[in-house]
Design a protein around this ligand. Structure first.
Ligand code: TXA
Ligand code: MG
Length: 328
């Protein structure tokens, strides 16, 4: 679909799939309840889980929420980019978008095509990740083209998403800024910019239900981002490598290529997340590799958690944990 066609759809209460630097988004006017309802329905998303709003810059954010000094500093440092700020909402945003919360998540995306569309439509755009609820987020045109079958909305092909995992979500409405979802912008980076302590929503429980302080983070279901093939998560790379020979009929995902495999690996389906363990490269490849693994139609996927649990590794561990059916 062309950029002009997308603009036409968005201005006519319709939805389309747009590339962002993190993942593809299912976009619609943030002011149109009609279009927002279509997004919830197509995703199969519970109406208790709010959408986020995309704007060109901090001034535009102020039209959908009450910005403040902290948000200004953060926007100056990280926008356009993968940081979503949760702030008190303005009346301009329909309650259906925020699941009746009095806050709204807002970010300024960096993808040039998305920004051109924002400029043309001149309204804020809601865009959750363009996947069915609880499934893997799409990071390429190929990943997204069949996600909604015959109901797939028009897609603007913007190539592969450079970041590859969803934005960091930071709540600025509590006493301390609180990371609700890890992403490529880390707690340390945020703390440096605002000069104050940042907290993190605690570890995810392996439950089908939202974690206890779910009002603050309605989207943090423990089961999320799932491939169709069951994913078994090993608590460390060493543990996974020790048992690989037992998994000849499964798919094994390893973090980097250099790892010495002390057996003939030619009989195994092994996918690598990076050349040498660079966390940004791993994040970039994560969903695409899980999509690839799904296409191999094997019984199970095996991957391991990262021992490092800071920065981007926290985001990668978070997505792997929630994508897994079992942790051993
Ligand atoms: O990178 C991204 O954030 C992508 C691209 C398309 O921008 N979008 C995305 O949207 O991941 P979505 O809807 O799949 O995830 C947004 C997350 C959800 O977990 C949602 O619960 C949370 O942000 N969220 C949205 N509004 C919120 C609010 N007012 N308070 C707390 N959490 C909120
Ligand atoms: Mg999502």
């Amino acid at each position: 679909m062309s950029l002009d066609d997308c603009v036409g759809s968005l201005l006519n209460d319709d939805i389309c799939i747009l590339p962002t630097e993190t993942v593809y988004g299912l976009a619609c006017s943030a002011y149109s309840s009609t279009a927002i309802k279509k997004v919830f329905k197509l995703k199969g998303r519970p109406c208790s889980n709010p959408l986020i709003v995309h704007v060109l810059n901090h001034d535009a954010a102020n039209e959908v929420c009450h910005t403040n000094d902290l948000s200004k500093k953060l926007a100056k440092a990280f926008w356009p980019g993968p940081l979503t700020l949760v702030l008190p909402k303005r009346k301009s945003i329909p309650n259906i978008l925020t699941a009746n919360l009095d806050t709204v998540g807002v970010r300024s995306p960096a993808h040039p095509e998305f920004r051109r569309i924002l400029k043309s439509v001149d309204i804020p755009l809601a865009a959750p990740s363009a996947n069915k609820s609880n499934k893997l987020s799409p990071t390429s045109f190929d990943n997204v083209k069949d996600e909604f079958g015959d109901n797939t909305p028009p897609i603007l092909d913007g190539g592969s998403c450079k970041v590859g995992i969803e934005s960091t979500v930071l709540d600025l409405t509590s006493k301390y800024p609180n990371i609700l979802r890890h992403g490529s912008i880390s707690k340390d980076q945020i703390q440096k910019v605002i000069g104050m302590e940042v907290q993190c929503l605690k570890k995810i429980l392996k439950l089908e239900t939202p974690i206890p302080n779910s009002q603050k983070s309605p989207g943090q279901f423990s089961k999320h981002y799932c491939p169709n093939t069951p994913l078994i998560l090993h608590s460390s790379l060493i543990k996974l490598i020790n048992v690989i020979p037992e998994y000849e009929n499964d798919i094994i995902i390893l973090p980097f290529k250099k790892e010495t495999l002390n057996f003939d690996s030619s009989a195994f389906s092994i996918l690598f997340l990076s050349e040498n363990g660079d966390p940004n490269e791993i994040a970039y490849n994560l969903y695409n590799t899980l999509h690839e693994a799904d296409k191999l139609n094997k019984d199970k996927i095996h991957a391991s958690l990262f021992e490092d649990d800071f920065g981007v590794f926290s985001a990668i561990n978070d997505r792997l944990t929630r994508a897994s059916t079992k942790l051993i």
